[in-house]
Design a protein around this ligand. Structure first.
Ligand code: HEM
Length: 230
């Protein structure tokens, strides 16, 4: 799962993304494997923390709530990190960052799946009728569910073979990450609004607005340049 928004004169396509990733120098490849392993292991920290706290009785008075909130927050964190890859890459010229994007996006899906599983297993005990009722009744659950459902096709189409197979359609599909990020903020905001505690939703909302705003600015700049050339 990844995003690539800049569309300069030579229109960037999903296939180009794969190709440009391959162009990263062979020197970079030497540190790439250990770096990928390090990122992979580091991204397991939220899960390891939950497991450790679970075994040491550190999940508090309401372990289900703790796990639901922790996995929800880390889903949002990984969505933000995945969205940040392209701006950071473009601003620093560090193209090798692209090599980490799919893994980071898949971790967003992984923690989203854990978050949803905690909800439907330990909170609702697989009671489908109750879950459907909840999705229809509580707006913050409705938008959270929509965000998770949208993450599924992105995770399924994240392998390189799918990028090649889908071509430009892959890029169009993966733009859903912007909608997912917006829905995730809305989910978080609605949930916390009921508790009159909007500090974190405001911080994450500002991060998502900055990341999406950067893309809009780059898109507008490229359109102006294209028109100037005609
Ligand atoms: C991309 C998908 C999702 C993201 C990014 C997300 C994110 C979050 C965040 C950030 C929180 C608050 C954590 C905190 O308190 O610090 C949360 C809480 C919660 N989410 Fe999600 N969520 C997603 C999908 C879902 C889905 C699919 C469901 C269930 C259908 C769900 C149900 C809940 C529940 C029940 C809570 C806890 C409410 C409470 O403790 O009062 N979320 N989620």
């Amino acid at each position: 799962m990844a995003t690539e928004t800049t569309r300069p004169a030579s229109v960037s396509t999903a296939t180009n993304t794969v190709r440009s990733t391959r162009k990263v120098s062979t020197n970079a490849n030497r540190w790439l494997v250990p770096a990928k392993i390090a990122v992979f292991v580091a991204a397991l920290y939220p899960l390891a923390r939950i497991v450790l706290l679970g075994f040491t009785g550190g999940l508090g008075a309401n372990p289900i709530e703790f796990i639901t909130r922790s996995t929800g927050l880390w889903t949002l964190v990984f969505i933000c990190i995945t969205l940040a890859v392209t701006p950071v890459r473009k601003l620093t010229g560090w193209n090798a960052l692209l090599r980490f994007r799919r893994m980071l996006g898949l971790y967003a899906f992984f923690y989203g799946a854990l978050h949803f599983t905690t909800y439907f297993w330990f909170d609702k005990w697989f009671d489908i009728a109750e879950i459907v009722k909840d999705i229809g009744k509580r707006p913050f659950i409705t938008v959270g569910f929509a965000a998770f459902v949208l993450l599924i096709p992105l995770a399924i189409t994240s392998p390189k073979a799918m990028v090649r197979k889908l071509g430009r359609r892959w890029q169009t599909l993966h733009r859903a990450i912007y909608v997912i990020a917006a829905l995730a903020i809305l989910h978080f905001w609605w949930m916390k609004a009921g508790k009159h505690d909007l500090i974190l939703p405001k911080i994450y909302g500002a991060i998502v607005i900055a990341l999406l705003g950067w893309r809009v600015l780059v898109w507008a700049r490229d359109r102006i340049r294209q028109r100037a050339k005609v």
